[in-house]
Design a protein. Structure first.
Length: 559
């Protein structure tokens, strides 16, 4: 008999599976982003600098119906392709606020406060250096955090950083993105052309209507989003705002109830068992369609766009914007350069760390689990990596002042580099946290294929739920979640120095009675699983240990 494959690591890092996938994509994309920026700097400082500038400003034109539109490559990337980046940012913001790590006020307070501190302090430092004149317009440049760059650097010291701080930095950067979007919309657009803005209201309301009507196909949203982009571009507001509005409109709910999907999967699997292998392909495709129908449109869209944005659009943006000549000493002393660099290195670190410390010391929010003050300071320094969004704001703030734009970019590059090195130095000098995973009981999970398309999370019954049978709990009928299996803690081999382990219980049926020490693995639509865990015992913390699913005893409910 062919041996069964080992558990698939990408499935089932349970409660934080979406965040882990986001971290992997953004961290890898951050490495590509760094490479693209370095290549741009090398080319700009080489004999090919003139050819680089010709390439960046290469004119492009599109003709349709006798009308032609012209734009250079720089404008195409910054105004058109970056709209897709903002669509992804809008979807990430909505997902985290509705079903993710920021879904409750208590969870969101700490990264929100840190993000506000990390925007206010750098802006004040910049204005202290540039109180008047056209340079004053660049006050928002050092307020942003580049999530891909920061997570890419954080991945270099991942074994020395508790996962709670990865989530914290991700949430902080998401709030940062939201703040940057608001700043761009309010302060860096032209005087609005009110008729065009009134026209833009029609597709915006259309997006709201699609969401309210439960439309779960992407094409209608994209069509209205394109119309909205044109209207906003003509209104004088930066057109990437249309991308954010489109991202916020994408539904986070499923188009089909999970219970219906699971019933169809049960029927389909039973049918599949009775078919000869040569006729099974059609039934497999049908099963995949049923599973896909239970996925929220926002999840499907993010999976579609994350790769192209992280590995294509953002690195291309970096390449066409980061190419500045090696600065002279006089350029390094420019108030704009100093203001931006100081804002990123000092302002971000002080603002993020200070706001975080106030929230923790006053009891508003708890310290992220497993973290020390050294960890918090290191992550605060990492927040000073303000590459992509800072360069984007620079182009808007100094569009008519090229010399100030160059000075700001020098400050961004220098400040981001110093912030990265400072944060890495702090985090690398701390003790590793990977050993914690070795002390956590390990569950070896081999899931059915359809579980790829759902959220899977551990739950430990407590109170009224303990002592009841699977049939009495009726999780599927009442809550739309299904039990994949039940694990019970068993003692390890003390002579071998082993701690407790979990043993999967066989023959789990409707009459099986669960106890308070059991761990049940639940599968279901992300929104339903999230709601169930919030109402019936909270999330059990999960760590990755040797590529398997690891479950620790549940902490007190903190929501």
């Amino acid at each position: 008999m062919k041996p069964r494959p080992r558990p698939i690591a990408r499935v089932l890092f349970a409660v934080i599976a979406p965040v882990r996938q986001f971290f992997r994509t953004q961290a890898a994309g951050g490495v590509v982003l760094i490479a693209a920026a370095a290549l741009a700097l090398l080319v700009a400082a080489s004999p090919y600098a003139e050819a680089y500038q010709r390439f960046v400003h290469m004119p492009l034109s599109v003709s349709l119906g006798g009308r032609a539109a012209s734009i250079d490559l720089h404008g195409l990337v910054n105004d058109v392709l970056m709209t897709v980046f903002f669509v992804v940012a809008g979807m990430e913001i909505k997902r985290e606020l509705v079903t993710g790590e920021l879904r409750t006020l208590r969870r969101a307070t700490l990264p929100l406060a840190a993000a506000l501190g990390g925007m206010i302090a750098p802006a004040l430092l910049f204005l202290a250096q540039n109180r008047a004149g056209p340079a004053r317009a660049g006050w928002a440049i050092p307020t942003a955090t580049d999530i891909a760059f920061a997570l890419g650097c954080l991945s270099l010291v991942r074994r020395r950083v508790p996962w709670s701080l990865v989530v914290f930095l991700t949430a902080l950067a998401i709030f940062d993105d939201l703040g940057a979007i608001v700043i761009i919309a309010l302060f860096y657009g032209k005087a609005p052309h009110w008729p065009s803005l009134a026209i833009a209201a029609a597709p915006a309301l259309g997006l709201v209507a699609l969401t309210r009507s439960g439309v779960h196909r992407l094409s209608p949203y994209l069509a209205l989003g394109a119309v909205l982009w044109v209207a906003i571009a003509r209104s004088g507001i930066h057109p990437t705002v249309a991308g954010v509005l489109l991202g916020l409109a994408i539904p986070t709910s499923s188009r089909r109830p999970l219970a219906d999907t699971l019933e169809q999967l049960d029927v389909g699997i039973e049918t599949l068992r009775q078919l000869p292998e040569r006729r099974a392909e059609g039934s497999l495709v049908a099963l995949e369609e049923h599973a896909r129908a239970a996925q929220p449109l926002v999840e499907r869209s993010l999976r579609l766009l994350h790769g192209p944005v992280a590995f294509g659009i953002v690195p291309l943006f970096a390449f066409v914007n980061a190419g500045v000549e090696v600065p002279t000493l006089s350029a390094l002393g420019s108030p704009v350069t100093v203001g931006v660099a100081a804002g990123l290195v000092v302002g971000k670190t002080v603002g993020v760390f200070g706001a975080t410390a106030i929230c923790i010391r006053t009891g508003i929010s708890p310290m992220p689990s497993g973290a020390s003050w050294r960890h918090v300071l290191g992550v605060a320094a990492m927040a000073g990596i303000g590459f992509t969004m800072s360069i984007f704001v620079t182009g808007l703030a100094f569009r008519s002042a090229p010399e100030l734009e160059v000075a700001a970019k020098i400050g961004i590059l220098g400040g981001s580099l110093v912030s990265a090195l400072f944060g890495l130095g702090l985090l690398r000098s701390g003790p590793p946290v990977a050993a914690e995973a070795e002390e956590v009981p390990i569950v070896d999970v081999d899931l059915p294929r359809f579980a790829d398309d759902f959220r899977v999370a551990p739950w430990q019954p407590r109170g009224e739920h303990a002592g009841r049978t699977i049939g009495e709990l009726a999780l599927r009928q009442r809550h739309g979640v299904t039990v994949l299996g039940v694990w019970r803690e068993v003692p390890g081999d003390a002579s071998a120095g082993e701690g407790p382990r979990y043993r999967k219980l066989a023959a789990i049926d409707a009459d099986f009675r669960v106890s308070e020490g059991d761990t049940m693995l639940l599968v279901g639509d992300a929104e339903r699983v999230t709601r169930f865990l919030a109402e019936h015992g909270g999330d059990a913390p999960v760590l990755a240990a040797r590529g398997l699913l690891s479950i620790a005893p549940p902490p007190p409910d903190d929501d």
